[in-house]
Design a protein around this ligand. Structure first.
Ligand code: HEC
Length: 202
């Protein structure tokens, strides 16, 4: 009996010792198990060109917009060639592709009436976001294929068709950021954390 217990004790002692020894040998600095990333030969420092290609976000303020410009007239040609097949010759949308222009103006009860078309002129809060979206996502089959000038031009075309800039306007970073979109004031910061209960917007 005593011998059996002694045996158990030494097994337990050996296990504890080996765990302690294991921890010593494998004192990890990070959850990957190695604090020397070179050990795996993974990853590399991105080049300036790679970073520039990835870093394309445009803030509502216009920060991030590239140099360049375009007019609605230039954009009309790009729209007809690269966008109309899905969004319609007049931005009316060819189902299932969304309508881009021509939604009813002056109402904002989208949350209760799902059928109201949400278009650039009645729903988008920032013209700069339109640039950002087209640049990163459109045309659907070849995102990223439009140059900076082409993106300015097609944005200018859509904004002029919505009556937000006069035809002939040469739109650049400054001009785009200066456009006050009709839906701008319908979007507010959620301030419920301040304990005010938030502002109701209709
Ligand atoms: C092959 C079809 C196709 C082509 C071509 C295409 N789009 Fe789109 N577009 C879509 C689809 C699909 C969506 C919706 C994507 C989503 O909701 O995720 C969309 C969404 C959009 C939106 C956002 C609509 C909104 O209010 O939510 C804009 C703006 C837009 N496209 C502009 C363009 C422009 C400009 C071009 C041409 C340079 C273009 N698209 C070419 C299919 C297309």
């Amino acid at each position: 009996m005593m011998r059996a217990l002694g045996g158990v004790r030494s097994v337990v002692a050996a296990a504890v010792l080996s765990i302690v020894a294991g921890c010593r040998l494998d004192s990890r600095a990070d959850s990957l198990g190695d604090d020397n990333l070179k050990h795996f030969g993974l990853g590399h420092t991105p080049s300036a060109a790679t970073l520039a290609a990835e870093d394309i976000d445009v803030l509502p303020s216009g920060v991030g917009l590239p140099a360049g410009s375009g007019t609605p007239e230039e954009g009309a040609k790009i729209y007809a060639a690269s966008c109309a097949s899905c969004h319609g010759a007049n931005g009316e949308g060819i189902a299932p592709y969304p309508q881009l222009i021509g939604g009813p103006k002056g109402r904002f009860d989208f949350a209760t009436d799902y059928k109201i078309p949400r278009t650039i002129g009645n729903y988008w809060p920032y013209a700069t976001s339109l640039y950002d979206y087209i640049r990163r996502a459109m045309p659907l089959t070849a995102p990223g294929s439009l140059s900076a000038d082409e993106t300015y031009a097609v944005s200018a075309y859509l904004l002029s068709r919505e009556g937000l800039i006069p035809s002939g306007t040469r739109l650049d970073a400054k001009g785009l950021a200066a456009i006050e979109m009709p839906a701008r004031k319908h979007f507010v910061m959620d301030d419920r954390r301040a304990g005010s209960g938030g502002r109701r917007v209709r």
